[in-house]
Design a protein around this ligand. Structure first.
Ligand SMILES: *[C@@H]1O[C@H](CO)[C@@H](O)[C@H](O)[C@H]1NC(C)=O
Ligand SMILES: *[C@@H]1O[C@H](CO)[C@@H](O)[C@H](O)[C@H]1NC(C)=O
Ligand SMILES: *[C@@H]1O[C@H](CO)[C@@H](O)[C@H](O)[C@H]1NC(C)=O
Ligand SMILES: *[C@@H]1O[C@H](CO)[C@@H](O)[C@H](O)[C@H]1NC(C)=O
Length: 396
């Protein structure tokens, strides 16, 4: 192809891109930016509206070298984590019990009471001693998984959990490796919270795949959810090799993921879609706004996008330790990037650029058999794509 041909194709791409960009801008402006839980809005690609989405056919070649994966990553013992072994079969536990907070110190007449200073709306209540009120303490010990999939989801979103349970959540033995799956929940709040909590406890008895900690489940509390995930992993699954945090509306190809991990580094390893030199969003209307007094730098350190990132199991403990020295912000993936920077560890690009996809990839069996994770427009898409891909027959 001569240069002129390439130029024409490029300008057509730019034209497409411009239209997509305009559409995204309109969508963002017209979206009511109400506080909602993570699995409803916003879509991931909105954060990167400026990224060109070129849909490139996926061509991945894996090396055939046999993997030597140390199953039992050794972990130093001793860190005191706030995971408590609370019996999940407690039928009587209620939200209110879990939230009981000791009363304020008895006021002494002689000591003047300090005026209350609000920590501000960007304050994230972490570190803090949260507790798991729904736990699966034995799962990792008994099954000894190679990979643990962690899916944050709002308590009310049973539909998303059932979609995962009927698709990639069923893949528990891949290439001879055990894969475990857990959903991460906070506490429901607002109207109907008590009833919802009862349903959550019932669902946990049915499926034994829920982990629920006693912070209020909300978008602004996602950093707390991620940190509780890391506390739980380092405490409950220290012998697993890898963990992946993945959103419930993502398509996941567990086979490709395990395949990649068989030859991946075993320590200090984090991969996914790695954002570099990402701008801090200063528009107060942005879903990801951070004012300068909360985060003075104009760029974030490299971080793996929260839609799906993978880490070696020696990292959760290190990240929890780092969090004691790095002030929490509510954007959970950026916060992990800050903790990684504190540790002096860089997130790594995946072996092929096509493995993780920010923009929904149009479905075809061949490309979906080779990617690891992609966003989808709807949960129905996710379910249908997974089911089609797992029909017998050639993929490419
Ligand atoms: C959990 O509670 C049930 C009944 O409430 C009891 O039978 C079981 O032994 C308890 N398990 C643990 C680990 O405490
Ligand atoms: C739970 O409730 C039942 C009856 O409602 C009662 O018999 C039982 O002792 C309670 N268990 C705990 C641990 O409070
Ligand atoms: C991890 O492995 C060690 C040594 O094999 C074992 O003693 C320990 O019980 C395991 N821990 C968990 C939580 O599986
Ligand atoms: C986050 O959780 C904490 C602990 O439950 C709670 O005090 C706080 O109000 C929650 N924040 C939001 C924005 O929901």
């Amino acid at each position: 192809m001569d240069h002129r041909g390439r130029f024409v194709i490029w300008s057509r791409y730019r034209c497409y891109f411009f239209i997509v960009f305009l559409a995204l801008t309109l969508i963002i402006y017209n979206t009511d930016l109400v506080e909602r839980t993570e699995d409803l809005v916003p879509k991931w690609w909105m954060r990167f509206g400026q990224v060109v989405s070129t849909v490139v056919p996926v061509i991945t070649t894996y090396s055939n070298s046999t993997a030597t994966v140390i199953q039992n990553a050794t972990l130093q013992q001793g860190i005191e984590l706030s995971v408590t072994n609370i019996n999940t079969t407690m039928e009587n536990s209620t939200v209110t019990e879990a939230l009981t907070v000791p009363n304020l110190l008895p006021a002494k007449q002689s000591v003047p009471i300090e005026p209350y200073i609000s920590p501000g709306s960007f304050h994230v209540e972490y570190p803090h001693e949260y507790h798991f009120i729904v736990d699966e303490p034995k799962e990792c010990q008994e099954k000894n998984p190679f990979l643990v999939l962690m899916v944050p989801v709002a308590p009310h979103n049973r539909m998303a959990r059932d979609a995962v349970r009927s698709t990639w959540g069923t893949e528990s033995l891949i290439l001879g490796k055990v894969v475990s799956l857990f959903f991460l929940l906070g506490l429901p709040s607002g109207e109907g919270a008590e009833k919802l909590q009862e349903q959550v406890l019932q669902e946990s008895r049915e499926h034994r795949d829920l982990l629920q900690s006693d912070f209020t489940d909300s978008y602004k509390n996602l950093t707390i959810k991620t940190m509780m995930m890391l506390e739980w992993l380092s405490f409950r699954c220290p012998n697993a090799s890898y963990a992946m945090k993945i959103d419930s509306d993502m398509f996941l190809n567990v086979n490709s993921l395990v395949h990649m991990l068989l030859t991946a580094p075993q320590h200090d390893y984090m991969t996914g879609l790695v954002a570099k030199w990402a701008h801090v969003l200063r528009d107060p209307n942005s879903k990801w706004y951070l004012p300068e007094n909360v985060f003075p730098d104009n760029f974030y350190p490299s971080y793996a996008l929260g839609l799906g990132y993978v880490m070696s199991l020696n990292l959760p403990r290190k990240l929890v330790e780092a969090s004691r020295h790095v002030k929490a912000i509510y954007i959970e993936d950026v916060y992990l990037g800050l903790c990684m920077k504190h540790l002096g560890i860089q997130p790594t690009d995946p072996p092929s650029q096509n493995l993780f996809q920010l923009f929904p990839v149009p479905y075809n069996r061949c490309s979906y058999s080779q990617i690891i994770a992609t966003t989808t427009y709807t949960i129905t898409d996710q379910v249908n794509f997974w089911k089609d891909l797992h029909k017998p027959g050639p993929t490419c």
